[in-house]
Design a protein. Structure first.
Length: 175
């Protein structure tokens, strides 16, 4: 079972990195329940999560340093299968991935939307989702790496634009 202490950082699905700011007890229907009190770093929103349901709601530890490379590998992946679905069906699929709370799933959404915006105009919802995915990744990686969000953002930008340029060069060579 997940155990967090006050001061620990954790990730809450679709909201991002949070700090455990307290552990409370409340009486609900005659039973004493214990809760993690979370403060979402990005929005300052407060969320109470029952300790015994923490894993069920998807609360998890911040990604470990050795998993960061895996995130970068996902972002580098060239074989992106964007179905010729309508934007709203694509949107629902991406939303489900973001709701899982998995950084790897969020990285796929970010990569796919980032690549898609280079080939077509994104809908308003897709642009917002791209921003959400980017902010979730940037926040978590900056906490995991102990560095600034600005630094992580420029790393991601470089990684994705370098890959874009490489792909364009390769397709020019094929012609």
């Amino acid at each position: 079972m997940l155990q967090f202490q006050v001061g620990d950082k954790a990730v809450y699905p679709a909201q991002g990195v949070a700090e455990i700011v307290g552990i409370d007890q409340k009486e609900i229907s005659g039973k004493i329940q214990r809760f993690y009190c979370l403060r979402i770093l990005d929005t300052d929103m407060r969320i109470l999560v029952p300790i015994d349901k923490a894993e069920q709601v998807g609360l998890r530890e911040v990604v470990q340093k050795d998993q960061i490379q895996e995130v970068y590998d996902i972002l580098r992946e060239k074989e992106v299968h964007i179905d010729k679905q309508t934007w709203n069906r694509r949107y629902r699929g991406f939303m489900e991935k973001i709701k899982t709370g998995s950084l790897f799933e969020v990285a796929e959404v970010f990569r796919d939307l980032y690549r898609l915006k280079n080939t077509k105009t994104l809908s308003f919802g897709e642009r917002r989702m791209l921003d959400t995915a980017k902010s979730l990744i940037v926040k978590e990686l900056s906490v995991a790496k102990g560095t600034t969000e600005t630094k992580v953002e420029s790393e991601l930008e470089k990684l994705l634009t370098d890959d874009q340029k490489r792909a364009e060069r390769e397709s020019d060579e094929d012609d």
